[in-house]
Ligand binder design. Structure first.
Ligand code: FAD
Ligand code: AMP
Length: 476
């Protein structure tokens, strides 16, 4: 038997958590391997996990293309531009997305080469004693070992037992990023981030989109004022969002899906041509752990870790969607960096309280920190400052003067506790607030910082001023 290859670090999973952990570990001089099982559309290994292959990047590519198309009819005329009979070539629309995905997944391969990270293609299983058994897609097995193993196996879509994915009519996120022709009627189950983003894509291309959401409140994870503004804008775009509507049955009949959902008025029927089930994601640990590793899973199937992402088993760490905390790429990446640094004896740092959230709809939604409801529930005294984009010159010039910035600061110390936005470019504007919160800044700090004019960032500045009732361009 050939001698087992030995590494300082083996990472299982090459998503944004795992590949970043591998790169940082290699930068720190650790001999690193990364095992990944993802197979791309072309049947070949594709690094980058959910995010690069069927998540963040492809969804943003389609959101951008569909936005351009939507603007021709809905925004151009205001600017005095008319285009007759615009058409969308869906094959080209999808091919552009595929090209971007390939560029980025290929890029990770190059980064691995540059950092001398050894990639392994196949399914990794942690064995007791920090060995990893890799089963290739041809069934071949090999075992490698390391001083440290980082589990970064990510997440997969949750399937409803009565609406199982068939990849054609009842689809998940990957399916919704690859529809070959604009469906006349698209049903979406779940008005979460993925349902709203992918529902928007196909609505903009002309689908009649109905989104069923079981919870009574729309986007209850966001601040209620922000969710209310967003709901109004989505309704104007023709997204039919039904809250308090729980899907109970889905039957594929020929080319259609016949749905039954229940709300406070009883049971209703709905017929659609495609059904996107986007009811959340679950940590993916299938086949990841041999029985005797000692690594524990919680009641939601997530790998149990402490505040340093350590599993409690010597040399075994876990990061990203597979562990507690928000299922976001940047959260996983930061954990990846921190774990590599902890392994190398350095001081890693991840602050889950300042992870920014972004929904890339139109208008965009973003936030960091606590919502007003959370502060109320926790009995924290707070002040509120708001500022509408309608009073921001740049937003009006762009014909995108919708939404607002809302800032929450402690009533006594003025420390910023949360910032919530809906409007143009708020995916970028939130970064300033994350920095301010990470530095334990106050609303006065942001109010005293010079913001360029005319920019969208003036809305953040004015919201900070408004906390102290001294916004300049609105009544306080
Ligand atoms: P993953 O990206 O899921 O990667 C895990 C990898 O591990 C996969 O390649 C998997 O095949 C592999 N793997 C699993 N088990 C094994 C094993 N045993 N052996 C070998 N390999 C294994 N987040 C954002 O921050 N911004 C966004 O805009 C955003 N948009 C999204 C849009 C969509 C449609 C979806 C579905 C998700 C989106 N997300 C977004 C979430 C984001 O994709 C995830 O939070 C992120 O990918 C999690 O990273 P990860 O590395 O933990 O896991
Ligand atoms: P997220 O976790 O952000 O992706 O959002 C998923 C959403 O799907 C949540 O808001 C759930 O309330 C919703 N959901 C889950 N099951 C159902 C169901 N059977 N019918 C309608 N909505 C559902």
């Amino acid at each position: 038997m050939s001698e087992q290859q030995k590494f300082d670090v083996i990472v299982i999973g090459a998503g944004p958590a795992g590949y970043v952990a591998a790169i940082r570990a290699a930068q720190l001089g650790l001999k690193t391997a990364c095992v990944d099982a993802f197979v791309g559309k072309d049947g070949k290994q594709a690094l980058g996990g959910t995010c690069l292959n069927v998540g963040c990047i492809p969804s943003k590519a389609l959101l951008d293309s569909s936005r351009q198309f939507w603007n021709i009819a809905h925004n151009f005329p205001v600017h005095g531009i008319s285009v007759e009979n615009p058409k969308i070539d869906v094959a080209a629309f999808i091919a552009r997305k595929d090209k971007i995905v390939k560029q980025f997944t290929g890029g990770i391969g190059q980064l691995f080469k540059a950092n001398k990270i050894m990639p392994f293609f196949g399914k990794g299983k942690l064995l007791k004693g920090n060995s990893v058994e890799i089963t290739g897609h041809d069934g071949d097995k090999q075992t490698i070992s390391a001083t440290n193993v980082i589990l970064a196996s990510g997440s997969v879509p949750i399937e409803l037992p009565f609406a199982k994915f068939d990849g054609k009519t009842i689809i998940d996120n990957a399916g919704a990023l690859d529809i070959g022709a604009v469906p006349k009627r698209l049903g979406v189950i779940g008005a979460g981030v993925i349902g709203l983003e992918l529902g928007s894509v196909w609505r903009r291309l002309g689908s009649e989109v109905t989104i069923l959401e079981a919870l009574p409140d729309f986007l209850s994870v966001a601040d209620a004022d922000i969710a209310k503004i967003a709901a109004k804008e989505f309704a104007k775009q023709g997204l039919d969002i039904k809250t308090g509507a729980k899907l109970t049955k889905a039957e594929v009949k020929g080319e259609e899906v016949h749905l039954t959902y229940e709300d406070k008025d009883g049971a209703h029927d709905l017929v659609v041509d495609k059904l996107l089930v986007a009811v959340g994601r679950r940590a993916y640990t299938d086949g990841l752990l041999a029985e005797d590793t000692g690594v524990k899973l919680d009641e939601r199937g997530r790998i149990v870790v402490d505040e340093h992402n350590h599993t409690g088993v010597d040399g075994v760490w876990a990061i990203g969607d597979a562990v507690r905390g928000p299922m976001l790429a940047h959260k996983g990446s930061e954990e990846g960096v921190a774990v590599a640094e902890w392994i190398a004896g350095k001081a890693g740092h991840v602050n889950l309280d300042t992870v920014p959230y972004v929904i890339y709809t139109e208008p965009e939604i973003s936030w960091v920190g606590k919502t007003e409801k959370q502060l109320k529930d926790e009995g924290v005294p707070y002040k509120v400052g708001t500022f509408p984009f309608a009073a921001i010159g740049r937003a009006v010039a762009m014909n995108e003067a919708v939404g607002q910035v809302k800032m929450l600061a402690h009533a006594e110390t003025d420390r910023i506790l949360g910032v919530h936005m809906v409007g143009p470019g708020v995916s970028e504007l939130i970064a300033e607030c994350v920095v301010a919160m990470e530095f334990k800044g106050s609303s006065e700090d942001l109010a005293r910082i010079v913001h360029a004019h005319p920019t969208l960032s003036e809305a953040v500045h004015e919201a900070a001023l408004s906390v102290d009732k001294r916004a300049i361009h609105k009544g306080n």
